[in-house]
Design a binder for this molecule. Structure first.
Ligand code: FAD
Length: 418
């Protein structure tokens, strides 16, 4: 089978690309191993809501139009939102089609799937940036009596025993899961290293509103000092909830979560925590202060100071003077460990030499090192917001524009139908 462009993945990124390709009359298919919006249907825990407000759900030619723009959709509502988009743009999605290999020939790509083979001139990789939970190697040393779960396996506190829980990782996933389990009365220890603190609401507006207004979310990949580092920054300690609650470490310790430093290793059944918790918290407080400074400066420059409450600063993170540096995992105190230690993409099917030693595709703002190949949905791909739904709106338009220029430069080829 031949087409001009194969898009891999029918999440919001692949569908945004499809819409932009259709706008430019570029013949394409979208190959999806399961169904549209698969990750929101199958790969999220039960209580998860968007951490971005509903009004920020915008894709090319589509936007949230429900009656709760300031609320946060549940995962199944997001799946419906994305499925609605697929229908609206009449995306040519082939569901139940798993890409098992992509090879480059002299002029094209050969995409092998479990439903047949495609030749195409150009490829959009929109297969997701968060496919596989990342768990440190030393997890293998956890005593067998302790149950280990990744966020992909975790659904709700109901599946856990009654004993204590250690959540490893204090970014968006870790803080949400730790808070939810703590509310069931279980003892919860949260092991946190570097993290990004954020309030849900500041000066009466959602933090995402301020970050968008002040241009923080639009910051470009070629404008930051260290893009490699920027792409590795953990997700903000944010969650969407009906009461717009904060999910920073102070909110968690107030609810009784015990805070310890980064889990550095496990030796003879004993968890060993880094002693740098206080430093990490001070750094996160400092960076939050800088973000709020940027917001306040923008508010003043845009004459908003009279229409919103005055600037204020949040309490520094409360950290015990001497948080424990170890915990006996044999003692029975901890019955479950949840590894909220991040996710990585899965490019095991990609037989084109563009994946680096860390398993990431090498690219320049989504233009992959291999001619005619483009990437969508990765953190800080082109802008700070690239891995958010709203990021795909602009990134897809940019990259499909690049793809069109590539096809124009390349000229007509015998295998292309367009
Ligand atoms: C826990 C969590 C919470 C998040 N919360 C928010 C939020 O609140 N707001 C926000 O804007 N963003 C959020 N994100 C980020 C982002 O919006 C989601 O990760 C989103 O699902 C990414 O969309 P995508 O289309 O790039 O990738 P995905 O949704 O992962 O879609 C990729 C698709 O590719 C398919 N696929 C993968 N490999 C193959 C293959 N080999 N063959 C065929 N198909 C394949 C998958 O089945 C999947 O359907 C969150 C991410 C996570 C992990």
């Amino acid at each position: 089978m031949h087409t001009t462009t194969v898009v891999i993945g029918a999440g919001h990124s692949g569908l945004a690309a499809s819409r932009c390709l259709s706008d430019l009359s570029i013949d394409h298919v979208v190959l999806e191993r399961n169904e549209v919006a698969n990750s929101w249907r199958r790969e999220r825990w039960d209580s998860l809501r968007l951490l971005t407000p509903n009004w920020q759900c915008r894709l090319p030619g589509y936007a949230y139009e429900g009656d709760d723009p300031d609320g946060f959709m549940t995962a199944s509502e997001v799946a419906e939102f994305i499925s609605g988009y697929a229908k609206l743009v009449a995306a040519p999605v082939m569901t139940g089609t798993t890409v098992t290999s992509v090879r480059r020939t002299d002029h094209a790509y050969v995409v092998t799937t479990d439903q047949g083979e495609w030749d195409c001139a150009t490829l959009v990789v929109a297969s997701g940036a968060f496919n596989v939970p990342q768990v440190p190697d030393f997890a293998a040393a956890v005593p067998s009596k302790v149950t280990c779960l990744t966020p992909r396996e975790y659904r709700s506190p109901d599946q856990l025993g009654e004993g204590g829980v250690m959540v490893v990782g204090a970014s968006a996933t870790g803080v949400q899961i730790a808070a939810e389990i703590r509310r069931t009365g279980r003892e919860v220890v949260l092991a946190g290293g570097e993290h990004v603190r954020a309030p849900r609401v500041y000066r009466d507006r959602d933090i995402q509103w301020w970050m968008e207004a002040a241009g923080v979310l639009d910051e470009r990949y070629d404008e930051v000092d260290d893009i490699v580092r920027a792409r590795r920054v953990p997700s903000m300690q944010l969650a969407g909830s009906v009461n717009r609650a904060a999910f920073d470490l102070n909110a968690l310790t107030t609810e009784g979560v015990r805070l310890v430093g980064k889990l550095a290793g496990i030796n003879e059944g004993r968890a060993q925590f880094s002693g740098s918790l206080r430093n990490k918290c001070e750094l996160a407080d400092l960076k939050l202060g800088r973000l709020l400074d940027t917001i306040d400066e923008w508010a003043t420059a845009n004459r908003m100071d009279d229409s919103v409450p005055p600037p204020h600063r949040f309490e520094p993170t409360n950290v015990d003077a001497a948080p424990p540096l170890g915990l006996d995992l044999e003692s029975g105190e901890i019955e479950t460990i949840i590894w909220a230690t991040g996710f990585r993409p899965d490019y095991s099917w990609l037989d084109v030499p563009v994946v680096d030693g860390k398993g990431m595709i090498r690219h320049d703002g989504g233009v992959v090192e291999s001619p005619g190949m483009y990437l969508l949905g990765a953190p800080f791909l082109r802008r700070r917001k690239s891995s958010f739904i709203d990021g795909a709106r602009v990134d897809a338009a940019d990259l499909v524009g690049e793809l069109r220029s590539y096809l124009d430069r390349r000229g007509p080829q015998p295998m292309s139908r367009s």
